[in-house]
Design a protein around this ligand. Structure first.
Ligand SMILES: Cc1cc2nc3c(=O)[nH]c(=O)nc-3n(C[C@H](O)[C@H](O)[C@H](O)COP(=O)(O)OP(=O)(O)OC[C@H]3O[C@@H](n4cnc5c(N)ncnc54)[C@H](O)[C@@H]3O)c2cc1C
Length: 109
């Protein structure tokens, strides 16, 4: 169940065993792993379902030793996957199988 916090009254308590902060790939993966178990999970996401208006002032970062661009993160359900361009396709099962086959072929020579 996904609920907008704007529909939940101030001061409401949410009972859960685990509270995951952020519905990016990390948070969603953890919640998905726990789904169906006896552990009650609550995921709190700061953004909405859609991309926020740009620029999003809540993404401002102050960092003295790293240059972190504000548009390198997305505050929305799904997190930064909202702006993926498919760069991880090579790690999907077909890509892994192809890489394993090429590795095996290399070893056979
Ligand atoms: C342009 C671009 C393209 C990319 N393409 C790929 C790709 O093709 N393949 C790939 O593997 N990786 C890609 N990446 C990298 C990948 O997006 C990140 O490594 C990944 O999103 C990190 O996941 P995360 O869950 O840790 O953080 P995020 O995706 O940043 O998600 C964090 C979530 O937590 C929420 N949040 C943060 N703080 C709070 C708070 N206090 N309370 C509530 N919610 C909060 C945020 O709103 C956000 O939704 C890309 C990155 C960029 C910028």
């Amino acid at each position: 169940m996904i609920r907008s916090a704007t529909t939940i009254a101030n001061g409401t308590s949410i009972d859960s065993d685990v509270c995951v902060i952020g519905a990016g790939p990390a948070g969603i993966t953890i919640a998905n792993e726990l789904a169906g178990s006896r552990t009650a999970v609550c995921v709190l996401e700061s953004g909405n379902r859609r991309m926020p208006a740009v620029p999003d002032p809540m993404l401002d970062v102050e960092c003295t030793h790293l240059a972190i661009a504000n548009d390198s993160r997305v505050r929305a359900l799904g997190g930064t996957t909202k702006v993926w361009t498919g760069g991880s396709r090579a790690t999907l099962p077909t890509g892994v199988a192809r890489a394993a086959a090429m590795h095996a072929a290399d070893g056979a020579q």
